[in-house]
Design a protein around this ligand. Structure first.
Ligand code: NDP
Length: 340
């Protein structure tokens, strides 16, 4: 099922207090969208932002929002609570300050299924839990709202205490602009499985394939310049993915030469895939469904070692031939290397 603006009754939030916890990537975009939706729909509701007193809070203030640092007091007033802080810090803050202060019948909104699927949030029985999970980074959630294009979003009801959580989920989704292009009915389980699978099985395979391809072709005399340009610097792969979205994953192949079409299709169809499949199955079952990844990740977060572990992974990945080669090429091209 896909839900559009007409399926959502924004008047359900009329007179309500909507609290955004966190004013980061998603928090800012969703709060601004919500305020504009209320304005266009001529519906009154109070929007509050809760954030530590820092540059995020200052930005919310500059954007004209009322900002508080008193999580518990703000929560006690709120009818709808958007939990828009990083997934790994949600359980500690929610379970100590938010959950115990919620008024009966209030609705918690998560933007990712992770903490709900793994039951890491102690949500009071009398509260609704809904998911509105944009498939977009925050800046696009805002820019695509402003340009009226909308963006894809997964929506679900995870706990229905008031009997109208579905209608509320749609009203909330409309508030953040998620029903403009169509909000896709999903679940915290589905969102978590797809998201973590892409992150832990699919993209690692792609990263590994690129790294090994780079090494092999380099060993066969191909230059760093040629490899970096061919593999991604030219943006050709990015354009191919754009064509996949426009014309279809397979159908976009018509834009390639016959040599390329034959090579890609024949190559893909003759791969047996069993090596991938058995690893994919293991990741899905043990790491994701049985929660091994979540337990290890929570352990690192609690021990305060996550940033150090990540730093060491970046350091290892930075020593591959691909990473060393691209650094050289970027420097030769006068292109700054690495995100700001
Ligand atoms: P951000 O990293 O941008 O969140 C930053 C916000 O969280 C800031 O307001 C920050 O405040 C606050 N914060 C961080 N740590 C703490 C803490 N310990 N206590 C209180 N507040 C804290 O998060 P995102 O917007 O990226 O993610 C929010 C949710 O949206 C997550 O569930 C994520 O999975 C989901 N999501 C994210 C997407 C993305 O592209 N980023 C896409 C779709 C969903 P301060 O710095 O002041 O502490």
């Amino acid at each position: 099922n896909i839900f559009y603006d007409d399926d959502a009754d924004i008047s359900l939030v009329k007179g309500k207090t909507i609290l955004f916890i966190g004013y980061g990537n998603q928090g800012r975009a969703q709060a601004l969208n919500f305020r504009d939706t209320l304005k266009y729909a001529k519906t009154d509701a109070t929007i509050l932002i809760a954030n530590l007193k820092d540059s995020y809070a200052a930005r919310a203030h500059e954007d004209g929002f009322e900002v508080t640092q008193d999580w518990a007091k703000a929560t006690a007033l709120a009818d709808v609570i958007f939990l828009l802080i990083p997934d790994q810090v949600q359980p500690k803050l929610f379970n100590s300050k938010i959950g115990p202060s919620m008024k009966p019948g209030a609705t918690v909104v998560v933007a990712s299924g992770y903490n709900v699927f793994y039951k890491l949030l102690d949500v009071p029985k009398g509260a609704n839990v809904v998911m509105a999970a944009p498939r977009m980074i925050g800046t696009s959630v805002r820019s695509r709202f402003v340009s009226n294009a909308g963006y894809p979003c997964f929506v679900s009801v995870e706990q229905d205490a008031t009997g109208n959580a579905h209608e509320l989920a749609l009203a909330i989704s409309r508030g953040i602009g998620a029903t403009k292009a169509g909000a896709i009915e999903s679940s915290a389980r589905e969102e978590t499985l797809i998201d973590l699978f892409a992150e832990q099985a699919l993209w690692p395979t792609v990263i590994n394939a690129f790294t090994e391809a780079y090494k092999l072709l380099r060993a066969n005399g191909c230059s760093d310049e040629a490899l970096v340009h061919e593999l991604y610097y030219s943006m050709e792969p990015a354009e191919i993915f754009e064509k996949c979205a426009e014309d279809g994953f397979v159908k976009q192949l018509v834009y390639h030469s016959k040599v390329s079409q034959f090579g890609q299709l024949n190559g893909a169809l003759s791969l047996d895939g069993s090596e991938f499949v058995s690893r994919f199955q293991k990741v899905l079952k043990h790491q994701i469904i049985e929660g091994e990844f979540m337990r290890n990740f929570s352990k690192m977060e609690k021990a305060g070692t996550l940033d150090k572990e990540l730093e060491s992974l970046f350091e290892r990945a930075g020593k591959t031939e691909l990473a060393l080669g691209e650094k050289l090429v970027f420097e030769r091209l006068g292109h700054s290397y690495g995100a700001a």
